[in-house]
Each structure stands twice: as structure tokens, then as C-alpha cells.
Design a protein around this ligand. Structure first.
Ligand SMILES: Nc1ncnc2c1ncn2[C@@H]1O[C@H](COP(=O)(O)OP(=O)(O)OP(=O)(O)O)[C@@H](O)[C@H]1O
Ligand SMILES: [Mg+2]
Length: 152
């Protein structure tokens, strides 16, 4: 028993492993959103989480595994009123994370990518951390406090 559970702070986790296929992206987005409903989010907060998960999972499929086979690991950790979502692949990795996170930067302009995925994750979540190693994979950690928006 850690301090949080002693103090009666809500803690809960979801672990999900999906094959890297675009059909699974919508499932992951809905599953994460459904798990987060225990925080009593507004519709806007749920939409924000769905958008961020969708961008992160799509990046694993399109960039991490470049359309090929692979597993995507998704974790949701709820602590108090904060949802932490971790999306991880074991794909090609990102060479320059700082550059990759710049708005409009994309390595796949020919696929009509707009380079806005990380910018959306940053805008719709409170915190975004990206770590990556070449040919080992990429991990995206996003956090959002629920119930902080005006009128709640
Ligand atoms: N999981 C990943 N594995 C490898 N490279 C990645 C991964 N996620 C992002 N990248 C790299 O970071 C760049 C920027 O990602 P971002 O999501 O912001 O834009 P995009 O995917 O290119 O375009 P959009 O998301 O607008 O369709 C990508 O073009 C890609 O080079
Ligand atoms: Mg993207």
C-alpha cells in the first residue's frame, strides 16, 4: 500500500496491447476515453483525450512501424483527478525529438501528413513527454487533470 491509497486517493490502471493496425486506433481511443469516465470528465475533456490518443497511436502505426507489423502498448494511470496516458511502440524511433515536435514538421509530407500530431497532443493535454531511441522505439507520456475547466 503506497501513500496515495492510504490517503484514499483514487488510483486505477488500464493496460492495453494492440496490433499496429489503423482499425485498432479507434478502439484504443474509445477504450482510453471510457476508462477515464470515472473521473467525471466534461465532453470537451473526453474529446481532448480521444484526440491526443488518436494522434499518438496513429504515429506508432504510420511512423514507428511504417505501416508494418508491431505491437502498441497503451497504459492509463489514474491518480486522484489526473489521467496519465502512455503510448509506446518498439519501432524505428525518432532521430531528433525537438525537431519532430515542432508544429508543421513531418517526415512524411508525401502521405499528406501535416506535422501537427505532437502540437495537438500538447494543446489538448496538460503535459507531454516524448522519449525515443533509434530502432528501439518511442514512448509518449501525456497527462491531463480532469475537472479543472471553467464551470465545473
Ligand atoms: N512513434 C513514432 N515513431 C517514429 N517517428 C515518429 C513517431 N511519432 C512521431 N514521429 C516523427 O515525428 C514527426 C512529427 O509527428 P507529428 O505527429 O507531429 O506529425 P505527422 O505525424 O508527421 O503529421 P500528422 O500527425 O499531422 O498527420 C513525424 O513526421 C515522424 O517523423
Ligand atoms: Mg502524427
Amino acid at each position: 500500500m503506497n501513500n496515495n491509497s492510504k490517503l484514499g486517493v483514487m488510483e486505477d490502471t488500464l493496460e492495453l496491447i494492440i496490433d499496429s493496425k489503423s482499425e485498432n486506433e479507434s478502439f484504443a481511443r474509445v477504450a482510453v476515453a471510457a476508462f477515464c469516465t470515472r473521473l467525471d470528465p466534461t465532453l470537451e475533456e473526453i474529446t481532448d483525450i480521444k484526440t491526443a490518443v488518436s494522434e499518438a497511436v496513429t504515429n506508432c502505426i504510420v511512423h514507428g512501424y511504417e505501416g508494418g507489423k508491431g505491437k502498441i502498448y497503451i497504459n492509463v494511470n489514474i491518480t486522484g483527478n489526473t489521467a496519465e496516458v502512455i503510448v509506446k511502440d518498439s519501432g524505428v524511433g525518432i532521430e531528433n525529438i525537438e525537431k519532430a515536435m515542432e508544429p508543421l514538421y513531418t517526415t512524411k509530407p508525401e502521405q499528406e501528413r501535416s506535422g501537427m500530431g505532437f502540437s495537438f497532443m500538447e494543446a489538448f493535454m496538460d503535459e507531454l513527454e516524448v522519449s525515443s531511441a533509434r530502432n528501439k522505439g518511442t514512448t509518449v507520456i501525456m497527462r491531463k487533470k480532469i475537472g479543472e475547466s471553467a464551470g465545473k
